[in-house]
Design a binder for this molecule. Structure first.
Ligand code: PLP
Length: 388
């Protein structure tokens, strides 16, 4: 796997002359690489990009052009894709509990593929989209993921047959199963366990004449960041091997979010204030917890931060805070850094997933502008030519 997209320090400084910090640089070619990587190591598996992780239209359009389908979770996501000209057949409404607005949007746009994990959801779907294709989400307990999605969602394996039967009785096309092993999952075992549970349910359903034909293995593939020692290729290969044994004739779907988007973005932020409080160094940045760093709260993410590369000197420990007036707005405590001054730049790589997607404009701070690297590169070359 190639090194993830990371701006050189020289480029960071040049870009900061062209754009106002904080700004995000999005590499579409990294998104393409990540999509193709999954296709290569999970051949034949249909990719539904989980746009919740990063709904930036240029990334979505790039993935759509490559042939990706999409996991949507709300009316907003359905309409956004539809406005980009993405056909409803390329969407799965993969939120197990849907709103009335979401179902109305699905009906209006023509989305007919859904996941569910309860009897009440069957009735809701059948009431709005008769004959819809549905996948039952089952619960897979897994300690090896950063974000556990199996407390909130997923039916017990023991309930599966009853729910599939009921879906069929209500006139739905009970087509398969889905699961999500949890996000930023580093263990192949969780997938392998989920595949064996799924196989048992497929067999039991077949016994009752319910021929399941789709298995959606969800998302969860990890962002391979610097200090995480995980081999995504090996992970995918183990899953693929088990799929070939357990599900040779089944249509397999996957819903990767963070693996595709996580390494596509770099944030450039700037020190806007320095202060010593109770003998400890504080640096205030122009981006914080209510912006791109929202992933600290919502995604349990610890961001890498590179401080001014040109500075030398002994490292100190400092607290980095965001710009808002909220005392919660702290990005990192006791982080080692060279001493910094107002206006120094900071680079944050691998911040493409669940970061700008959950940023707010709290306190009147605008969201960080997103610039596309492939377009910016040309602008940079022009500005360098103008100088020389
Ligand atoms: N599918 C569903 C239903 C999800 O809830 C999520 C994340 O919350 C994803 C896919 C994407 O997961 P990840 O970003 O871990 O690949």
């Amino acid at each position: 796997m190639k090194q993830p997209f990371k701006l050189s320090w020289n480029t960071v400084e040049k870009l900061a002359e062209l754009y106002t910090t904080p700004f995000l640089v999005l590499s579409l070619s990294q998104g393409e690489y990540n999509y193709k990587f999954l296709q290569q190591y999970l051949p034949g598996v249909k990719v539904f990009y989980a746009m919740k992780s990063n709904p930036e239209p240029s990334l979505i359009k790039k993935l759509a052009a490559l042939g990706s389908s999409f996991d949507v979770a709300s009316d907003g996501e359905i309409y956004a894709l539809s406005e980009m000209g993405i056909a409803p057949e390329r969407m799965v409404y993969a939120n197990p509990v849907k709103t009335a607005r979401g179902l109305a949007a699905a009906r209006q746009v023509g989305v007919r593929q859904f996941t569910f994990d309860s009897a009440s959801e069957i009735d809701k779907i059948a009431g709005v989209i008769p004959g819809a294709t549905v996948l039952l989400r089952i619960r897979i307990d897994n300690d090896a993921s950063l974000v556990d999605l199996n407390k909130k969602f997923g039916a017990d394996a023991g309930e599966a047959l009853g729910l599939l039967r009921r879906a069929r009785e209500r006139g739905l096309d009970a087509a398969g199963l889905c699961f999500h092993v949890g996000s930023q999952n580093t263990s192949a075992e969780a997938y392998l366990y989920a595949l064996s549970v799924s196989r048992r349910i497929f067999d039991a359903a077949a016994h009752e004449g319910i021929r399941l034909r789709i298995l959606d293995i969800g998302g969860g593939f990890p962002i391979p960041t610097g200090d995480l020692n995980v081999d995504v290729k090996a992970l995918a290969e183990r899953i693929q091997k088990q799929l070939a044994i357990f599900f040779p004739d089944t249509e397999i779907w996957t819903e990767p979010g963070r693996f595709i988007s996580g390494t596509t973005m770099n944030l450039v932020t700037r020190v806007i204030g320095t202060q010593v409080r109770n003998g400890k160094q504080w640096y205030f940045l122009d981006e914080g917890l209510y912006g791109t760093f929202s992933g600290i709260l919502f995604d349990h993410w610890e961001y890498e931060m590179e401080t001014a590369k040109t500075k030398k000197g002994p490292e100190i420990e400092a607290t980095f805070a965001g710009p808002s007036c909220d005392s919660l707005d702290i990005v990192s405590r006791d982080r080692k850094t060279v001493p910094l001054n107002v206006d120094d730049l900071i680079l944050v790589p691998n911040c493409g997933a669940y970061s700008s997607a959950s940023a707010t404009t709290f306190n009147g701070f605008a969201k960080a502008e997103i610039v596309v690297w492939e377009e910016v590169k040309e602008k940079l070359q022009e500005s360098m030519m103008a100088v020389s």
